[in-house]
Structures are given as C-alpha cells and as structure tokens.
Design a protein around this ligand. Structure first.
Ligand code: ATP
Ligand code: MG
Length: 223
C-alpha cells in the first residue's frame, strides 16, 4: 500500500469572477521509504499539492489517501486530528511559536502524542543536535537566523515520527554546509521508520537525496 496516493486531483481557487486552476489531473503515489522531490516554477502548484496531500486543503475533486486512510471527505475537525497523528509539515513561511525556545517549539507538538516527557525531551534534543542546533536550543525564534528557524521547523515536523513528511522549500536551511546533514537526517527518518516524504525544492543538491523527482508545470505533473 502506498503511503500517499493522490488520484486525479483538481484544485481551483476563486479569484474575482474567474477561477484559478492550481492543480489539474494530478495523480501521485509515494511509497513507504520513498522520498519524492517536487520541482516546478513559481506558481506551478507545488504548495497547493503538498497542502492537499497533508490534509491542509481539500481538493476540488479527486481523491487523497494516506496509508489506509481516505481523507477526501474529511471534515475540518477530522483533518486537524489526521494531520496531528500522521503528518509532519515544514512550511515555506516558517511559523514557530515566537515566545517559546527552539527546544520548546519541538516539545509543544509532542504534548499531543503518546510520548512521556523525558523521552520527548530526549528526542527533541537529539533532533536539534543533528540539525546543528545543539547550542541554540534555549534561543527564541527571534534570536535565530532564518535558516536556523527553518531547521527548528524541520525538527518539529519530525518530532512525532510522522508517516508522511511534507517539506516546502527549506532553501536557506539547506544552502549552508549543514545542508547535507539536514538531508541525511530526513533520509534516515524516512528509511528507518518507513516514512514517506515529498520535498519541494529546486536545489540539485537536495534532489540528489530523493529517490525520484516529479516535475510540475501549470498544475500538471510529469515524471
Ligand atoms: N489562496 C489562493 N487564492 C487564489 N489563488 C491562489 C491561492 N493560493 C495559490 N493560488 C494560486 O494558485 C497557483 C499555484 O500556487 P502555489 O502556491 O501552489 O504555487 P507554488 O508552485 O507553490 O509557487 P512558489 O514556488 O512561488 O511557492 C498560483 O497561480 C497561485 O497564484
Ligand atoms: Mg509554494
């Protein structure tokens, strides 16, 4: 069973009197253990696609399945619960809680999981260390660089061992010397835990970590 299956997904946004077609006939299947890089020009539908894959947006038509769960007809409440259980998102615009430290930004999501406090703290510290942030755990987001904030967001997305990791262009987190270390962490989480990942990126250094690259142009996918 694929970890993610999108079948003939269409997504339109209302825009005044017209409709913007952001996705058309989008079908994508991602296996467990698989990392797919999603590449395409600005406005081609990348963020829309991963938002629908992770249940953050509903498709206008088509089907979305994550593991054994068909999420297509879910209510907003069901989607919120689904995302919390199964999905780790890293957004283009990093949205950390500004009054919590880097470490607390990871721990705050674990409050919803089964992990006990000590195990959660150990995992959060290990993730931040592997992300090159060992010395920054006590800093507030405002005291971190943009790339450091993106790396905290990656740690937060991995915190609860999601089945599906969705990453939207974490460019500045990855264009440093640490980029390879960050990608290796994502790869090891995917391969060890049987997770699936879709990573939006233009960076050839990152696509090289992916098992497969899928291109998107004007809302249409091509291998
Ligand atoms: N909320 C919205 N309302 C109306 N149109 C939208 C909305 N969100 C996205 N769009 C439009 O849908 C299309 C796809 O947008 P999307 O954000 O998925 O592109 P993208 O590939 O992620 O681009 P970028 O690389 O710039 O992040 C674009 O034409 C965009 O203007
Ligand atoms: Mg985008």
């Amino acid at each position: 069973m694929p970890a993610l299956e999108m079948l003939d997904v269409r997504k339109t946004y209302p825009s005044g009197d017209v409709e913007i077609v952001a996705l058309e006939h989008a079908s994508l299947s991602v296996g467990t253990d698989e990392i797919v890089a999603l590449v395409g020009p600005s406005g081609s539908g990348k963020t829309t696609l991963i938002s629908i894959a992770g249940g953050l947006l509903g498709p206008s038509s088509g089907q979305v399945r994550v593991g054994d769960e068909e999420i297509t007809g879910y209510s907003p409440k069901q989607l919120t619960e689904f995302r919390r259980r199964r999905v780790g998102f890293v957004f283009q615009s990093v949205n950390l809680v500004p009054f919590l430290t880097a470490l607390e930004n990871l721990l705050v999501v674990s409050a919803f999981s089964r992990r006990d406090g000590k195990a959660a703290k150990e995992r959060a510290e290990r993730l931040l260390t592997e992300l090159g942030l060992a010395g920054r755990m006590g800093n507030l987001p405002g005291q971190l660089s943009g790339g450091e904030r993106q790396r905290v967001a990656i740690g937060r997305a991995l915190m609860n061992e999601p089945e599906l990791i969705l990453v939207d262009e974490p460019t500045s987190a990855l264009d440093t010397a640490l980029g390879d270390q960050v990608m290796e962490l994502i790869v090891s989480e995917v391969k060890q835990r049987g997770t699936a990942a879709v990573i939006v990126t233009h960076d050839p250094r990152m696509t090289h970590y992916a098992d497969r690259t899928v291109a998107i142009t004007d809302g249409r996918l091509s291998a």
